[in-house]
Design a protein around this ligand. Sequence first.
Ligand code: KG4
Length: 359
Amino acid sequence: MEELKHNGVSATSPFGEAGRGPVYILGIESSCDDTSAAVIRDGILLSNVTASQAVHMEYGGVVPELASRAHQQNIVPVVDTALKKAGIEREQLSAIAFTRGPGLMGSLLVGVSFAKGLALSLGIPLIDVNHLQGHILAHFIHTEDDDYESPTFPFLCLLVSGGNSQIVLVKSYHEMEIIGQTIDDAAGEAIDKCSKVMGLGYPGGPIIDKLARQGNPEAFIFSKPIIAGYDYSFSGLKTSFLYSLRNWLAEDPDFIEHHLNDLAASLEKTIVDILMKKLRLAAKDLKIKRVAVAGGVSANNGLRNAFHDYAKRYGWKVFIPKFSYTTDNAAMIAITGYYKYLNKEFCPVSAPAYSRNVI
Ligand code: KG4
């Protein structure tokens, strides 16, 4: 029987053992304002439990200190519920996968410390997961009865969230290359900030999405960046939106109320156009027709429609995740952990959290 050395403790490995038991991975996610835990057995999702934090709504954005305090309160019940829903005892776990970064340091530390403590007490390996890699590998989450077709390698993934906007060339579960990314704001950040300027709630993405469905996307024109290669920029759009709104409000103080749906639809269309233009360029240059989308903004209906449209226009095979796997969740951390486990990629207990992306 093979022995794994990790964290200063050793654990019996199921690798190479005849009649080995199932591999159970507990995933823990706490990078921002969602505390989530999930259990995966041999690559199949058994549970995925998330506690979201409503406390930030009144501030119009995530307050880091409040987020880490809420994680402290939520982590034990969330992990406990995930294990119960999966119908397993913690002693059955093969390894614990946790989000190591990027994210808010105070938030990350809660999940990282909890994962380390639990792994040490159980004498099982720790697996560190990059949050962004997790979003991408959400395309490989399967439940017992789903018929979701995962992409085959290589594929392109548009990763769009509140903190990131990237085009990633995904070569395997373990090998990914960022070929383009935002040089300033992320797409989700731009949506949230424009929504705030209009006096709408937080997070703005889902609100803009809902309003946009009733509006005319051609009603208003906002500036689009001119940037070489596959990189993005959203700060100019934000300024253009703010200044246009200021001028219109000077003429009509109720301009926002009068044009809310059209403003949302035009803003959404501008962002979707910016995202899709670079993605199309990358797909064309690299001659890749398998194209996926991931991250919180991939819940957006305008973006999803654009993916279907491009599939028809350019013969793409598109991969759009279930809504529940678009925003932060531990199922994506557990599935990434599962593939790292199969690859025997463990991390020492000394591994620190990181707030900025290190991939
Ligand atoms: O991936 P995520 O949950 O968190 C990180 O940033 O890591 O993404 C959150 C972002 C927020 O900016 C939110 O407004 C946006 O995703 N979002 C949406 C929608 N749902 C969430 N943006 C547009 N349309 C949506 N339906």
